[in-house]
Design a protein around this ligand. Structure first.
Ligand SMILES: NC(=O)c1ccc[n+]([C@@H]2O[C@H](COP(=O)([O-])OP(=O)(O)OC[C@H]3O[C@@H](n4cnc5c(N)ncnc54)[C@H](O)[C@@H]3O)[C@@H](O)[C@H]2O)c1
Length: 416
């Protein structure tokens, strides 16, 4: 397994539990050290599982890529971020594949799991791996299989999420399918790596566009004096043809805000303009500014300006019950408010400390005094551990971007 993050570590553990001997290749020495000590940096992976697998010799992490020579299967789970220009940054994939190419041996199966644009496996990986004279589908095997893990999801995890697999040749697909069938409940073979790459981007674009739509409906409902949450709940009673999505302070995480831009970039390369994707990106990207506008209104009602006011952001993780702050809209909001002169604190029991905006911060404890102190409390992440009754009782004014105070009536609450 190359890359032991949110995707690579759970997958490693699943393979090791099924009896495979898994070696995790990392570039982060701290991760290698802690994993080999039996610790876990991923919330969904219990440390006792890692400890037990290390003890039984089924899993170890390493910085030494020479060990790649001994592997039968090499699974790539490295990050695929965007550049500042919103173009794909596949440099992590290129770095990992260079390590493989330098050591490739006959019979190995290489699978890319990192989310990327359609064509990456065939156009980028295959030539790199064939450079040494090996032929794909004959000397080695190559496939793409998108990772669909949903951190913090209590129902669906690595094993019971169906696994889509597309190989460069039919033998590549069959071998990769056999591998995943050993650890996943269901494998879904498709006709090519491009199809498998596109599947993942369709899934995440579907979410981004629908969230963009419902965010726009929220802004419109506000203008019309309607409660968007009531509208959605009632619409969701329709037993067919409607699927509820909910508005919020913006998109977060390593997937939904980023992946659709991999597709729009590829579209541009082909002379096609992916308008839904760009529009959803704009609407969703504007939501933190909209929430900041609500804070302005809440303070204005108390005859206060943003400059010099104290604001508490409740929840900084990008979704409930997880500790991941990557691309979290809470960070955008903190930046917007601080730029306008607000004094911003945060409270998130999942994120005890946060390095953001050039300074280290510590979470405030969740208790009445923390809620009473600021001029405004902004609810960003509705973790279940937050008692919103307590928030409603103690906060001076509240901006609720998640309908967390549903059913709790009081003055001074500003919703999305
Ligand atoms: N996080 C999710 O929920 C999720 C879900 C589905 C798909 N994905 C996709 O999976 C991929 C990985 O995402 P993630 O969330 O696991 O990222 P992550 O940042 O949590 O983990 C990536 C790991 O790869 C390591 N790494 C970077 N370059 C490396 C290299 N050259 N060799 C070895 N290790 C290297 C990093 O040190 C890090 O530990 C991305 O393409 C992402 O879009 C993520």
């Amino acid at each position: 397994m190359i890359g032991l993050g949110y995707v690579g570590l759970p997958l490693s553990v699943e393979f090791a539990k099924a009896g495979f001997r898994v070696t995790g290749f990392e570039v982060d020495p701290k991760r290698v050290r802690t994993l080999n000590r039996g610790e876990s940096h991923i919330q969904d992976v219990p440390a006792r599982d890692v400890r037990e697998l290390v003890r039984r010799g089924l899993f170890h992490a390493t910085l030494d890529f020479d060990e790649l020579r001994q592997m039968d299967v090499i699974d790539i789970c490295v990050p695929t971020p965007l550049r500042k220009t919103k173009d794909p940054d596949v440099s992590f994939i290129v770095a990992a594949v260079s390590e493989i190419a330098a050591r490739l041996r006959r019979g190995q199966l290489v699978v890319l799991e990192s989310t990327t644009y359609p064509g990456t496996t065939e156009e980028l990986l295959r030539p790199m791996l064939e450079r040494g004279g090996f032929s794909c589908g004959k000397d080695f095997f190559l496939a793409f299989s998108p990772e669909r893990v949903d951190p913090g999801n209590p129902t669906y995890h690595t094993r019971n999420i169906p696994k889509v697999v597309g190989g460069v040749t039919s033998d590549c697909t069959s071998i990769a399918t056999a591998l995943y069938a050993a650890v996943m409940d269901k494998v879904v073979p498709v006709s090519s790596p491009q199809v498998a790459e596109m599947v993942k981007l369709l899934e995440n674009t579907f979410r981004s566009v629908n969230i963009g739509l419902v965010n726009e409906i929220a802004l419109l409902s506000d203008k019309l004096g309607l409660d968007v949450w009531e509208v959605i709940d009632a619409a969701a009673t329709k037993p067919f043809g409607f699927m509820p999505f909910y508005p919020g302070p913006g998109l977060g995480g390593h997937c939904i805000p980023i992946d659709p831009f991999y597709l729009s970039w590829k579209a541009r390369q082909s002379g096609f303009e992916a308008r839904f994707i760009e529009l959803a990106g704009q609407v969703n990207g504007n939501m933190p500014f909209h929430v900041a506008g609500r804070v302005r209104e809440a303070l204005n009602a108390r005859r206060q300006a943003i400059r010099g006011s104290r604001i508490l952001v409740l929840g900084v993780a990008y979704k409930p019950e997880i500790n991941d702050v990557r691309e979290s809209p809470a960070l955008d909001l903190i930046e917007i408010l601080e730029r306008e002169g607000a004094l911003v604190d945060y409270c998130d029991p999942y994120v005890p400390s946060l390095n953001y905006g050039g300074r280290p911060r510590r979470s405030k404890p969740f208790r009445p005094a923390t809620l009473r102190a600021p001029d405004c409390v902004v609810i960003i992440t509705p973790h279940r551990v937050f008692d919103f009754g307590l928030v409603a009782r103690h906060a001076r004014s509240i901006v609720d971007s998640r309908n967390a105070l549903k059913g709790k009536r009081r003055r001074g609450v500003y919703r999305l």
